[in-house]
Design a protein. Structure first.
Length: 244
């Protein structure tokens, strides 16, 4: 067998068609548009409708790739109502592509409730894997990846945050959190008080032009942030509890 020549790409007509009555969960770029997958583009091209967290943002993404599809808003405050509507559309044989603003639907973004409703209705769900900020941050963090615990965003209220962080301190695996630029200094200060000796990694603007990584103890990172505040959302990785 000649391994030097790659196998030819299948012709578009040879690709299996999308399945009617299926909810496709389509991961979209978290920054760099080159991270879109060929499969994601095909689903967005051939679906009946795209359910989007922000129709304006998704419209720009579709336009960039020369795609034109009906868009339906699907966000935190209409997720329950839209889920009923989308289950009805799937029952009629529509093909629905669900996308969030960036990354994989359902990961700290709307989607979980819809997936549960579709499964409960006995309908089909198919993931279209691709970009995910927590995975991108974790694999390049330098911390352990064989066991990790994803938290998403912490509660905003101080008392709830403190209780949640205390619970998380006992976990052995690497902790992965999301945090906004408005609360990142507060989070690092909380970590400095609760987990002063743990290694922490902050990933900012992943896959974008100004991607940045900060590594060190919570106190070291706090000093860095105070010297030069950063914008953009953060993926925060915290070293897990030592096990004997």
């Amino acid at each position: 067998m000649n391994l030097s020549s790659p196998a030819p790409e299948p012709a578009p007509s040879a690709l299996p068609p999308l399945v009617p009555g299926t909810l496709y969960l389509v991961a979209t770029p978290i920054g760099n548009l080159e991270d879109i997958t060929l499969r994601a583009l095909r689903v967005l091209r051939d679906c009946t409708v795209v359910a989007a967290e922000d129709t304006r943002r998704t419209g720009q993404l579709l336009t960039h790739f020369g795609l034109h599809k009906p868009l339906l808003s699907f966000f935190k405050f209409n997720e329950a109502r839209r889920s009923v509507e989308l289950v009805e559309r799937l029952s009629r044989g529509d093909i629905v592509a669900l996308v969030s603003d960036a990354g994989s639907p359902g990961i700290s973004d709307p989607g979980q409730r819809l997936v549960a409703a579709v499964v409960a209705a006995g309908l089909r769900v198919e993931p279209i894997p691709g970009p995910c900020a927590l995975i991108a941050g974790l694999i390049a963090s330098g911390l352990l990846t064989d066991e990790f615990h994803f938290v998403g965003f912490l509660p905003v209220k101080s008392g709830q945050r403190a209780r949640r962080l205390s619970e998380l301190a006992a976990i052995a695996g690497t902790l992965v959190l999301y945090e906004s630029p408005y609360r990142i200094e507060k989070l690092v200060s909380e970590l400095a008080e609760l987990l002063p000796n743990r290694r922490v990694v902050l990933a900012r603007e992943l896959t974008k032009k100004f991607e940045e990584w900060l590594r060190g103890t919570p106190a070291e990172i706090a000093a860095n942030l105070q010297a030069r505040p950063r914008k953009g959302e953060f993926v925060v990785m915290v070293e897990g509890r030592e096990t004997t």
